[in-house]
Write a protein that binds this ligand. Structure first.
Ligand code: RIB
Ligand code: CA
Length: 319
């Protein structure tokens, strides 16, 4: 039986790759897609999501707009990574439809409560929509199988020295989600930054005859203006798509159930602190261990196998 999922996205170059993979893979049933500000402003995220679903032949999948900014902090788009339009300037036709006339929270609640089986939420963006859902409709928690989120890091950050962009963008939301009593899987930078496609394979896709394959090649070829060094600008990362790959091929990822907490203040705001100690420390002995949530944290990955799974799957999309 395919896994029923709702994807929450800030499309986004790599969210686009994740959407294409999720629609293409036979073990995933995309019930709906909800949008949130993150990589780009909400309107661009919605437009990009609709265009990518059109490309995937999935214009029947409902799309709903959600939060236009985080719970507390202002929105901070990442044009230096995803371009001004959020899709790296890729040439795609305008969307053939608009977003649903219900909010992201309303659509998530409806799809979760209507589905006969528990639904998996796949959070590939700042978790503002999920936090609002869980706070507004706590009854949905019992109907959520798992929240798989691309976010956080047990090591270094990207948005800051210690914080990953999605959690950094809305730390309060991430803390609410982790503490909601729903099983979570953390697909963080520890694995996110290891799954990439060599430039030559991306170029071959871009030059190929497969329409979705050409778009994938262009998206993989997106240059990130994080460095003056041209050689560092091509990443080939499948990014968010890896979190969806982990759902259908968990054997390719090694997880550990570990205590996790989100820092909410100071320079480390947005850091996911992952406690990998095998012993009790002074924090517990002196009552300083505060609030921790346990999550299945991805720490290892068969990067080449996941990249191959991704490429093989997206090329099954209609020509
Ligand atoms: O840190 C990477 C995450 O931030 C990805 O989800 C990317 O799309 C951006 O949202
Ligand atoms: Ca994203």
């Amino acid at each position: 039986m395919p896994t029923p999922v709702i994807l929450d996205v800030d499309t986004g170059v790599d969210d686009a790759l994740a959407l294409l993979f999720a629609v293409a893979h036979p073990e995933i049933e995309v019930l709906g897609v909800t949008c949130v500000a993150g990589n780009a402003g909400l309107d661009d995220v919605v437009a990009n999501t609709l265009r990518i679903l059109d490309l995937a032949g999935a214009a029947d999948v409902p799309v709903a707009a959600g939060a236009a900014r985080p719970l507390i902090a202002p929105a901070r788009a990442a044009a230096h990574v995803h371009g001004e339009d959020g899709l790296g300037g890729i040439a795609l036709p305008p969307a053939t439809r608009g977003a649903a006339d219900e909010s992201a929270v309303a659509m998530m609640r409806r799809l979760i409560m209507q589905h006969p089986e528990p639904v998996t939420l796949v959070a590939l963006a700042p978790q503002t929509n999920l936090a609002l859902l869980l706070r507004t409709h706590p009854e949905v928690a019992a109907r959520i199988e798992r929240i798989v989120f691309m976010g956080g890091s047990a090591s270094v950050g990207n948005a800051t020295a210690v914080a990953e962009f999605n959690v950094w963008h809305d730390p309060e939301a991430a803390a609410i989600v982790l503490d909601a009593g729903v099983p979570t899987t953390m697909y963080g930078l520890d694995v996110f930054e290891r799954v990439s496609v060599p430039l030559e394979r991306a170029k071959a896709l871009t030059a190929g005859a497969h329409r979705a394959g050409r778009a994938v090649g262009e998206l993989l070829g997106n240059r990130v203006a994080m460095s003056e060094d041209e050689s560092l600008q091509y990443t080939g990362l499948i990014g968010d798509a890896g979190a969806v790959c982990a759902i259908v091929a968990p054997e390719l990822v090694s997880f550990e159930s570990l205590p996790v907490r989100v820092e909410l203040s100071g320079y480390s705001r947005g850091q996911t602190v992952v406690d990998r100690r095998a012993y009790t420390g002074e924090d517990s002995l002196h009552g300083l261990d505060e609030v921790w949530s346990r999550s299945e944290v991805a720490l290892g990955i068969d990067a080449d196998a996941v990249a191959d799974l991704f490429l093989k799957t997206v090329l099954t999309l209609p020509e």
